[in-house]
Write a protein that binds this ligand. Structure first.
Ligand SMILES: [Zn+2]
Length: 501
């Protein structure tokens, strides 16, 4: 019995390893297409990506995979990793197998058309060019939800893909409380007599100097550049090509101090997570983040809780002033307040730390209305604008700065947005526990010691990859279920200090 188990496990891992090889090749090509492919080569590149994806799909849904899943699921006492690996393979298998193959193929084509239409529609700020494509993708997703089956909420099925175990019921509770707290805080900030001038953040910042500063920050915060690299792309992203190769990208703007730096810190957070996952998990498909929300918790913890903290800048500001003389007469305090200024805005990716969650809650409420409330593509722009007016007090002047701004829906990624706000909640809760274990964490950061923080995150979160489901991981690390309490406390403390109330 033991021998049979060991042989099967070895075969299962070898089979999974092949899928990981394909996944690595796909990631390399994806990276290449966005970083350095010549424009005219992209079409053929698309064909290669399509071919490799279908090879991967075949393996994930093969009868061999089914027999591995059946065998390992029937075992009463498998170890934690084998169990997690089987569960993950089963989730992927069922999700793919329940959709008729020809419907899935038609969907892939529809997504590719939709992405192209979205780009054009965004350029022309004209939603009507994208609307029929969006309507088609919504219809496909509604159809798929029927194949998968659902209990209370159809939208649950989409949420669960990015955040296993997450439901509308849970999110409604979390987000209602979060929305109330953020809007209350925003009102207090708006009526505070203290105004923040951060015009010094828009000046001339030579790109080569920005690049050196970004590399220096990344290195010191723990990103291993011997197992990664930083490139330039239109939108920043992180991609894992395999063991010891986790790459990030950013975009430098010569007149913007914050954009490239904070995107590097953000992507660096994702990358450090991936670099720290235990090599033991190779060949299990678990060498990845526990969920999109947990992944975002790491990037947002580095970017905001750490990267926008006074302690972080006490450590980095002298060097920053040295390379950017325009900060010579800006005090550390003014700089700190400047990078944390709150200003409701229309574009999610440019939002400040406080109002960011409202951008996400708006998208969550709309997706819920689409899948559980039957709202159509036609009705969306008006609803979008109405929510911006209600929660943020501003309204888009055109669709490009409104409903067309994000690419997620054009790629069929419905249910993804909540991960960003969940990342804020998980991150604050993890950091609260970290501070209990290490009460002098701020002093360590001031001294430029990031290894205590990294070691803690690695041993409690990173090394485990996707062995635990998000809710298991949060419970294991913090001893509690996910709550909004710590994030709200963090926001209240931070902004009452900055805005003096
Ligand atoms: Zn991210």
């Amino acid at each position: 019995m033991q021998k049979e188990f060991e042989d099967k496990l070895k075969a299962f891992k070898a089979y999974m390893q092949d899928i990981e090889y394909l996944s690595s090749a796909l990631s390399a090509l994806y990276w290449d297409a966005r970083v350095c492919s010549p424009k005219n080569g992209l079409h053929f590149r698309g064909e290669v990506l399509g071919f490799l994806s279908s090879e991967m799909y075949k393996r994930q849904t093969s009868s061999k995979m089914e027999s591995f899943i059946d065998y390992f699921q029937s075992l009463k006492e498998a170890d934690e990793i084998t169990k997690a690996m089987t569960d993950r393979a089963r989730r992927e298998y069922e999700r793919s197998m329940l959709i008729p193959k020809e419907r899935y193929r038609a969907y892939v084509v529809a997504v590719s058309d939709s992405e192209a239409a979205w780009e054009l529609a965004k350029d022309e700020a004209n939603y009507s060019l994208f609307r029929p494509h969006l309507a088609k993708l919504l219809a496909f997703n509604r159809e798929f939800i029927e194949y998968w089956g659902y209990e209370d909420s159809k939208y649950d099925k989409l949420l669960d893909y990015y955040e296993p175990g997450m439901t509308v019921e849970k999110l409604d509770t979390l987000f209602t409380e979060l929305k109330k707290a953020v809007i209350t805080l925003l009102d207090r900030i708006k009526s505070s007599p203290k105004k923040i001038d951060n015009t010094f953040l828009r000046n001339d910042y030579p790109i080569d100097v920005q690049r050196r500063l970004c590399d220096c920050v990344l290195k010191r915060m723990g990103y291993d550049l011997d197992a990664g690299r930083v490139d330039v792309s239109v939108h920043p992203f992180t991609v894992t090509l395999g063991n010891n190769d986790v790459r990030i990208t950013t975009h430098y703007y010569s007149k913007e101090f914050q954009s490239a730096l904070f995107s590097c810190i953000h992507e660096g957070g994702h990358a450090i997570y991936e670099q720290n996952i235990s090599e033991k998990l190779t060949g299990t498909m678990l060498k990845t983040g526990a969920s999109m929300g947990i992944h975002e918790s790491q990037s947002r913890l580095y970017e905001n809780i750490l990267g926008r903290s006074r302690a972080f800048w006490t450590s980095f500001y002298p060097e920053t002033q040295e390379v950017f003389p325009q900060f010579k007469d800006v005090s550390l305090d003014d700089f700190y307040r400047g990078i944390n200024a709150v200003q409701p805005s229309l574009i999610r990716i440019e939002a400040d730390e406080l109002t960011y969650s409202l951008h996400i809650i708006i998208r969550y409420e709309l997706e819920k209305a689409i899948f559980d409330g039957g709202v159509s593509a036609e009705e969306l722009p008006a609803l979008w604008n109405e929510k911006y007016r209600e929660y943020l007090g501003i309204e888009p002047q055109n669709d490009a700065e409104g409903i067309l701004q994000d690419m997620h829906w054009s790629s069929g990624n419905f249910g993804y947005f909540p991960s960003y706000a969940l990342g804020n909640l998980y991150g604050a809760q993890f950091f609260h526990t970290l501070k209990k274990d290490m009460p002098d964490i701020a002093q360590r950061i001031v001294k430029g010691d990031f290894s205590s923080l990294n070691d803690w995150l690695k041993s409690h979160i990173h090394q485990h990859g996707a062995v635990y489901l998000p809710e298991e991981l949060v419970k294991k690390v913090t001893g509690e279920e996910l709550t909004v309490k710590y994030f709200i406390d963090y926001l209240n403390n931070k902004y009452s200090d900055i805005y003096g109330f």
